[in-house]
Design a protein around this ligand. Structure first.
Ligand code: SAM
Length: 224
């Protein structure tokens, strides 16, 4: 699967995508992350990507032309399933269900805004508007990273152990729209002291009784 990110801060991504599971997934060529600097699609010597808003108001607004040209530079093969996503707090809130839907596509394109936002006409160039949550970030880059990570781990062979996905929080949702919340997990040591109080791992998890452990895990999982 290919992820394209349109941004004016391409270096933000280097460190995060060069580590751990996402690095391995790229090395194994399961995913491909293509970072596009919107400034490369400007014509003036200052590489201007923003201007003051029409009608006045604080801050700067990102111009449509460089974004339009950057999108046009992405060649799309006819048989490929691709979605262009505008990252905006005004969009539909991202969740695990959307991640599953995206994981079936061949390509995703993210447009990361900055400053006061993006010229509203950019909406005409996109398939979906997505928000990471009901809060304001400085830019869409962290939203793009979060979505790419969430979608990537649903793609076959990205995770070392595919069982990790089965019982995971949000892995299933009831008709009532309640989501599955995974049972609590513990590892060594068996007893840990916080402010002189001992916190123990539940005995049942140390019992070796797999049937009882499964029952305990079911009991401790919730739908929220
Ligand atoms: N003035 C805008 C408003 O009031 O909605 C906020 C602009 S924000 C400072 C700059 C950029 O960050 C946005 O264009 C968007 O791309 C990104 N952004 C901010 N919050 C976001 C969120 N919750 N989800 C996705 N992207 C977000």
């Amino acid at each position: 699967m290919k992820f394209n990110i349109l941004t004016i801060f391409p270096n933000i991504f280097n460190s995060y995508f060069s580590e751990s599971i996402l690095k391995k997934a790229q090395d194994k060529k399961i995913i491909n992350i293509n970072i596009i600097n919107i400034r490369d699609f400007t014509n003036d010597k200052h590489k201007t990507v923003d201007n003051p808003p029409y009608g006045g108001g604080p801050g700067m607004v990102m111009k449509i032309e460089p974004i339009y040209k950057a999108l046009r530079s992405l060649k799309k093969k006819n048989n490929k399933k691709r979605k262009i996503i505008l990252l905006t707090p005004a969009g539909k809130q991202f969740n695990q269900k959307i991640a599953k839907k995206y994981s079936k596509l061949d390509e995703l394109v993210f447009i990361c805004g900055r400053y006061e936002g993006i010229d509203a006409r950019v909406e005409k160039l996109v398939d979906e508007k997505i928000s990471l949550g009901p809060f304001i970030l400085n830019g869409g880059e962290i939203a793009a990273i979060s979505i790419i990570e969430t979608v990537s781990r649903l793609i076959p062979n990205v995770l070392g152990n595919k069982k990790s996905l089965i019982e995971e929080t949000f892995s299933s949702t009831l008709k009532s729209n309640k989501s599955f919340i995974e049972y609590p997990q513990y590892t060594r040591p068996e007893i840990f002291k916080i402010n002189n109080k001992k916190y123990k791992v539940p005995k049942i998890l140390l019992s070796g009784n797999h049937k009882k452990i499964i029952e305990w895990k079911k009991k401790k999982s919730k739908f929220k």
